[in-house]
Design a protein. Structure first.
Length: 265
């Protein structure tokens, strides 16, 4: 990691993948002029995403918003930033043979006592679909085959002790290949690497879909992979899905009430 003086914040740190060391000046320019250069990409609600062209490669630059004050202190002294975790986890996944867009670099801006901005750069990976497409169209071509292949991919993650905490519909890219389907994880900053019992493994499916038919298919395929009974896997997966939905909508109701009282004031 290199430390560079920067006029707006006290200093900037960066870590660049060895494959992109020769492109350091270009990467520096992307970050320095992120607000005025690049092409906006995807949902910009939480974090800003832009694409930058580097010869025949397209780079995806994710700008994480400045965290709240408590997290500015936490990321400065106690925790790794989302950008650093994304970069390190991508390298770890690559070493495990698990698909993810190639990590390129991460940049961080800090003051003496606070953490400010961070950026994660990866190679842009175009895909045929995401898991979300399966939840929106139950008649999607080869729906069941893709869903079963995705379940086997998740089982592989678990066998390699990868717990993807953001295992949600938009975070798995899917490409058709000669061997069937290839899967790539994105939005990597929340992961754990550890062994898991059956309950923890199945709970990892809770955020993916509310469709009972999809839960049944994934339960059937996962049961075949792990040697458990269909009934055992399905009962856990369906209950965990319902519990997650209940918690999600409870939080939404609370947020809506808070917004209402703020507007009322």
């Amino acid at each position: 990691m290199r430390l560079i003086k920067f006029k707006r914040y006290v200093y900037r740190t960066k870590n660049i993948h060895t494959d992109y060391k020769l492109n350091e000046a270009f990467l520096d320019d992307c970050i320095a002029h992120f607000d005025t250069k690049g092409t906006p990409f995807g949902n910009q609600d939480r974090n800003a995403l832009k694409l930058f062209k580097l010869d025949d490669i397209t780079l995806n630059v994710k700008s994480f918003r400045v965290p709240n004050l408590i997290n500015q202190i936490a990321y400065k002294f106690f925790r790794k930033s989302k950008a650093q975790r994304s970069f390190e986890y991508a390298n770890k996944l690559d070493g495990l043979g698990i698909g993810t867009p190639q990590p390129v670099a991460y940049y961080e801006y800090k003051t003496l006592f606070l953490f400010k901005k961070s950026y994660y750069i990866s190679a842009q990976l175009d895909c045929d679909l995401t898991y979300r497409a399966l939840t929106k169209d139950l008649d999607y071509p080869n729906h069941e085959a893709i869903l079963r292949a995705f379940t086997r991919f998740t089982y592989l993650l678990h066998e390699k002790n990868v717990k993807f905490l953001d295992h949600s519909p938009g975070n798995t890219l899917i490409n058709k290949s000669t061997n069937g389907y290839d899967f790539y994880l994105v939005d990597l900053n929340r992961m754990e690497f550890k062994t898991m019992d059956l309950n923890e493994r199945i709970k990892n499916f809770a955020k993916l879909t509310t469709h009972k038919s999809m839960i049944k298919t994934m339960s059937d395929e996962y049961a075949k992979c792990c040697g458990a009974s269909f009934e055992t896997v399905f009962n856990i997966m369906w209950q965990e899905t319902q519990d997650f939905q209940n918690r999600y909508w409870r939080r939404r109701r609370i947020k809506n009430k808070l917004k209402f009282w703020k507007k009322k004031k």
